[in-house]
Ligand binder design. Structure first.
Ligand code: ADP
Ligand code: MG
Length: 225
């Protein structure tokens, strides 16, 4: 437990640093963007270069945003919450993105799930990350499933997110959750790291099964008390 405490402490420091750095970078970035747009409005010269600058600035902004999420995952706000509500909210939120790929998100949530002592905003962030990854991994027309059930002795909650998409080979599986590991052009490689940290803060567990070309299933297990 001593080591656990040290690790939690280290995560806090990283989170605070990340938040500080992110805020410091955000302001100059905004002014950089403003001036580039100003130049673009004044002249047609160098238009291609200026567009590239703006795209790259947008990319930095995107990374900073995910960093701020990471730092927020350290300021906890635990309360008795309905995980069913959290999942329903998350699915509503991601349905637009799913519909654009003609993907159906199928929910199968056991009734009579007790309230859980958790941070609802953080858990929502976790479900968003996993569902987003599942949608991104899927082909057009696939379906993505999210299930929730109680363990037999009713002291754990299991949430499974399954897709029938590209899957992962062993080299990718070993690297997931490491900061900045991504196989996507537009990825940040922060989603699974943030999610893993949040699950740890809930004394939970994360399991993954994946087969290249077949799909992936993530199982999040959190204690109810
Ligand atoms: P990002 O989504 O920005 O790449 P993540 O931390 O969310 O960052 O995911 C890291 C990597 O893990 C992804 O780039 C992808 O290679 C792999 N991955 C995560 N979820 C899935 C999934 N459901 N199916 C296939 N690969 C996945
Ligand atoms: Mg992701």
């Amino acid at each position: 437990t001593e080591q656990k405490l040290l690790k939690a402490e280290a995560l806090n420091v990283v989170g605070e640093l990340a938040a500080g750095v992110a805020h410091e970078i955000r302001n100059p970035l905004t002014s950089l963007k403003g001036f580039v747009q100003l130049i673009q409005n004044q002249t047609d010269e160098f238009d291609q270069y200026l567009t590239i600058i703006l795209t790259e600035v947008d990319r930095i902004e995107h990374i900073i945003k995910e960093f701020l999420v990471l730092s927020k995952s350290n300021s906890q706000n635990f309360m008795m919450s309905s995980v069913t509500d959290i999942i329903n909210d998350t699915v509503d939120l991601l349905n637009t993105q799913a519909i654009m790929k003609n993907i159906e998100i199928k929910k199968d949530l056991e009734d009579q799930i007790p309230l859980v002592f958790c941070d609802p905003m953080q858990l929502k962030q976790v479900f968003i990350n996993f569902l987003k990854n599942a949608i991104e991994a899927s082909a057009v027309g696939d379906c993505v499933e999210i299930n929730m059930k109680l363990s037999r002795n009713k002291d754990f909650l299991h949430v499974q997110i399954r897709d029938y998409g590209c899957g992962m080979d062993e080299t990718v599986m070993k690297k997931i959750g490491k900061p900045f590991f991504t196989t996507k052009d537009e990825g940040t490689g922060l989603g699974l790291m943030v999610s893993t940290n949040i699950i740890k803060h809930h004394n939970g567990r994360l399991d993954v099964k994946s087969k290249k070309g077949k799909g992936t299933m993530f199982t999040i297990t959190i204690p109810i008390h």
